[in-house]
Every structure is written in C-alpha cells, then in structure tokens.
Write a protein that binds this ligand. Structure first.
Ligand SMILES: Nc1ncnc2c1ncn2[C@@H]1O[C@H](COP(=O)(O)OP(=O)(O)OP(=O)(O)O)[C@@H](O)[C@H]1O
Ligand SMILES: [Mg+2]
Length: 348
C-alpha cells in the first residue's frame, strides 16, 4: 500500500484487501489512522517521521486494525517516496509500505516451542525410565535379604506354640514382602525398553502359547475357552517375551473377571483385517470394567481387585506402544473385549 505525505492512503492492492478487509474503493483517500489501533497511533506517527528523516525501515513489528475492528500482528517495511533529488534532499511525496501478517509466523513459533517442550518431556521420560530401573535394582537387593531373614525367623519359631501371635505377624510380614517383590518385578516390565533386536515371529504361535500359559492351573470346568486363530495372520516383528507377557496379562484378567459363575466364556481371536496389520481380541463374558477403572484404564496402580496391583494393563499398553501398535478397549458387547493391533511384518 502507499500513502501520501499527509498519511492519506493513495495505493491499495488485493493483498491489502485480504489483510485488512477493506476494498480499494472504500479505503483510498482515507487517513492511515483507519488501520491503526488508537494505542498505536502515536508510535505510527513516529515511525513515519523516522522514515522521512533517516530512510527505509524494515521488519517493524506492531499491531494494526482490520475493518472488523480485530487487531492483527504485522511486520512492516516502510520506505519514503521522493521526487528526484539526492538522499533526503528530494521532496517527500509519500510512503510505500509492505505489510505482512505476522500471526502465521507466531503460530509456527508457538508450534516450535511446543515441539521443544515435547522433546524435553521425552528425554525426561527416558531419564525417568533409567532412574526407575536403578531403583528397582536397588530395592530388589534389600527385599531379597528381608525374605531370607524372615525365613531364618520362621525356622527359629519352629519350637514355639502354633498359636504364638508372633507366627501370625511373621506370616503377614512375609505376605507384604512378597507383594513388594511382585510390584518391583512387574515394574521392571514397565521401565525396561524393548529388546534390542525384535524378530519377525508367527503371531498365532505366540498367542497360542501365551494363552496356554495364562490358563494353566485354572479350574476349567464350566469354562469355555475358544481359540480362533486366523491362518491369514502371519509374522509380527516382536520381542517374544514381551508379547507373551501382554497376552498372558489380558487372558489372566479375563479369567479373573469371570470368576466362578456358570457359562463362563473366554474368546481369543486373531485376524488380519488389513494387509499391513494384525489384530488380537481377548473377550470374556464377565461383568465388564468397573467404572472407576474405565476412567483411568492403562494407568499404573489402577485396580478394581482387592489385593490387585494394577500393573497388568499398564504394562500391556506400554508393550503394544513399543511394538508400534495399539491396545484399546472394544466397546459394544456384554462383557469385556480388549483389542490389540500390531503392524504385520510380512506381505499378505
Ligand atoms: N477382562 C476384564 N473384565 C473386567 N475387569 C477388568 C478386565 N480386565 C481388567 N479389568 C479391571 O481393570 C483393572 C486393572 O487391570 P490390571 O491388569 O491393570 O491390574 P490387576 O489385574 O488389578 O493387577 P495385576 O497388576 O496383577 O494385573 C482390574 O483390577 C480390573 O478391575
Ligand atoms: Mg491384571
């Protein structure tokens, strides 16, 4: 856009219309103050004086005002327009201004700051994983020692009366230590990164083995377990131990949820809905997730079971994520269905 020496708008292009919302016809001949928020008017006067006295100014950041009254952040370059003559000697007849919307740049800068924050968070998380691994290791040692000492005490109490209250205290102590050992052992599953060299392995085989492991030792009377493994499911690049752990956790949860009721049912099914992905569904016809658990699903130490630890699903989620997959609750049916999706490692 252009101004005359008195600050009246004398030139207007389509870019200016886009930026300010005024059509050329309605703004030509208007004072430049129409585009300047009241708080910036003095500053704008000073800017024009400066351009007149010392020459072009570029990259000047300030606020301007659109036709609808909205303020916009802009960057401007302003040059004096003079009649022929040398330097500041030629008579000033106006100003040429190039005005750029700065808000897009602001958005980009904001996004950049967010990315940096995310990076920082990620490196903090991996530091956290290292700290956790260290704590787990350090806590394991004293726990093992406590366990041993408890064994010694138990032995020493052999000669005392069976109803000696110390025996009960000792049993409670042992149970609590056992729990601490379990928590620490399972936390390791959360803190440890995936094995360095995940290998393409038959997904169905891993699932079948894990299911067998999870169901071993369960009372299967009245329990109907269906294993429905699609032959289309091929290889998945995996850390076998971790994927086994994932499936075991899901199937154990299912078995624990259906309890001792009649017509108990667990369905374990694999599928390949897309050439590049495989799926596993673990379904049970139990009571469904407790509301309090549902709200914080996959977070550690969330449990609906008396004496439960609440690490199973958190570990499952982490393992799925480490394998570039997802684990979700599948809504819709009675009971509970978890859906694991993983990338396939072979051509369909
Ligand atoms: N199939 C399911 N049906 C109903 N509730 C479930 C099912 N799976 C999980 N839940 C609920 O989600 C909670 C969290 O499960 P998660 O496996 O994380 O912990 P947990 O089983 O309580 O303890 P653990 O760490 O030993 O696995 C369970 O306590 C249970 O309330
Ligand atoms: Mg569990």
């Amino acid at each position: 856009m252009g101004l005359d020496a008195q600050g009246v708008i004398s030139f207007w292009n389509p870019g200016a219309t886009r930026l300010f919302g005024y059509e050329e016809a309605e703004i030509l001949g208007q004072p430049i103050s129409r585009l300047i928020p009241p708080a910036q008017r003095e500053e704008a006067q000073a800017l024009l004086r400066r351009v007149a006295e010392t020459g072009p100014v570029s990259g000047y950041e300030t606020l301007r005002m659109r036709k609808d009254g909205a303020q916009i952040e802009v960057a401007m370059s302003v040059s004096p327009i003079r009649l022929p003559g040398t330097g500041t000697a030629g008579r000033l007849i106006g100003y040429a201004a190039i005005i750029r919307d700065n808000s897009e740049r602001r958005v980009a800068e904001q996004r950049m700051r967010e990315l940096q924050a995310e990076l920082l968070q990620a490196s903090r998380l991996s530091a956290l994983g290292e700290v956790a691994a260290t704590i787990i290791h350090e806590v394991n040692q004293p726990l093992a020692a406590i366990s041993n000492y408890l064994g010694v005490m138990e032995h020493a109490l052999r000669g005392t009366a069976p109803d000696d209250p110390i025996r009960a205290v000792l049993a409670h102590t042992a149970a609590q230590v056992e729990r601490a050992v379990t928590v620490v052992r399972r936390l390791r599953g959360l803190a440890m990164p995936m094995g360095a060299e995940p290998m393409p392995e038959a997904f169905n085989l891993a699932v079948a083995e894990a299911a067998e492991m999870a169901l071993a030792g369960l009372d299967r009377t009245g329990l109907n377990v269906t294993l429905d493994l699609s032959p289309a499911v091929g290889l998945v690049r995996m850390d076998r131990v971790q994927v086994t752990q994932l499936v075991v956790n899901l199937v154990r949860n299912a078995a624990e949820a259906i309890g001792g009721g009649a017509r108990r049912e667990i369905r374990i099914a694999t599928a390949r809905p897309r050439p590049d992905g495989v799926e596993l569904r673990v379904y049970d016809n139990g009571p469904g997730l407790p509301q309090a658990v549902r709200a914080r699903l996959f977070q550690p130490f969330v449990t609906g079971k008396p004496g439960g630890i609440g690490l199973g699903l958190a570990i499952c989620h982490r393992i799925a994520h480490d394998h570039a997959g997802t684990l979700d609750l599948q809504e819709g049916e009675d009971g509970t269905c978890f859906l694991l999706a993983l990338p396939a490692a072979d051509a369909a």
